[in-house]
Design a protein. Sequence first.
Length: 507
Amino acid sequence: MGQFPLPHAVTDVRCENELEYNDLVETKVKYGKKATIAQLLATIVQSLLLVNVGMELAMATVVIGSLYKNPNAEFLLSDTESSWYGSILYLCQPIGSCLSGYAQKRFGKKSCVVLACVPSIFGWMLLWYANSVTMLYWSTITMGMGLGFTDGPAYSYIGEICEPRLRGIMSCVINMACLIGVLSSYGLSYVFQWKTVAAVSALCPIMCLILVTFIPESPIWLLSKGKNEKAMKAICWLRGWVDPHVVSTEYQELMFYYKTSLDKSKTIRDSKGVFSSFLWVKSPSVYRPLRLVTIYYIFTLISCLTPCRPYIVKLMYESGVKDTHSIALVLYGFMQLAGSIGLTLTVQKLGKRMLTLSTLGINTMAIFLFAVYFVCIKNKLISPEAYVPMILYSIIMFSGAMGMLTVPWTLVSEIYPNEAKSFASSLTTAIFYILTFSATKVYLSIETTLGLNNTFFMMAGSSFVGFLYLYRNMPETENKTFMEIEQFFVPQNEQTSSEVSPGPRAV
């Protein structure tokens, strides 16, 4: 079969003004319900892998809650061993994430799904057979390697296959999938012993490995490999299994967008060497959004109490929740899922900026009240009441999932230019997990040094600083085209100087 012909408008575009340029790059074409269903199906398959991610992230809480200084356990975890086991998953992820940037560009997004599923399956099996702390470490190291091939490729894939009107919602769907995984782990741990939870969890990556064969590859990646006919077929599938003439306009726009990105990245493409992709960091279209989401995520860690996650059982016990902590875990997982559903239902109307600022404000106040509660307990002004920390932590989980915890991941699928998307999304997720590892590893030391009340006062103050920063710098990306988002970070009057300048060749 021959190649689909490329229209003259694509092969020799001459834009006379900025308006024409924006119109050519990405028109907000609206398709029917079948297109929404097709994109949802592709998203659901990717979501299975994110469910697995949520289960992996939550499993540390389940295992530490069962083994931490528990005289009835098969083997025990000390303070040091708990801090390492609770954080080492985040340390291993960046290794896989850096490799996934190369794998995305070379083999495509679907191949990265396979590369993520295989080590995850082995990791769950190792955890199932674990009878020592060493085996716990090896299981989480294996899972961490697979985790690196998940987040960046998944969010890049969603950003590339979805229409602008659906991109934010579908990104929220895979965020919701991660929280479904968290809730599933907590729910299973309430019924089963932690080893049984590990065995059941292995079914998730196995199902994803099977179903990924039925969805198309990213059309933009196919175009980058010169597979124009397959790219057209992929677009037809994703827009509701339609005929090529229905998507011809979008196909032309994708070709134009790819060609424009190709021209801007000429210096980087001409560079040779393993680390040549890091030249993208010199481009304002990459380092400006990278700087924003990195700072955003720092405040996410603080305002959503992410460093406390592996030690939730310990935190609840110290705050008065002693006999109901297993039920509390299920409640927190449910509240996160409910918040994610709220985000999915409201993001188109309220936008990511409004949801970010409102949820950050709520979490800041809740953490401050948490600190006040600890002060009152410490000074015996009140007696510990289980419902107080459960309500406050539930508010933080719900509010965080509706904004701060999930929005930075949706931004990853939108804010980077096409040619840099694979590298930049992988670098971003690697930075996220390095920050998470660092915060989780040092949390117990900070709590021991400052005490619970001062630790939470410090977190509340830092969250307020984050509110001020994001109020000033957070853009609105909802229902914006890729070009509109790119022009926010690199305005039109800077376009000619924003291309990567020649530098020393990477070695």
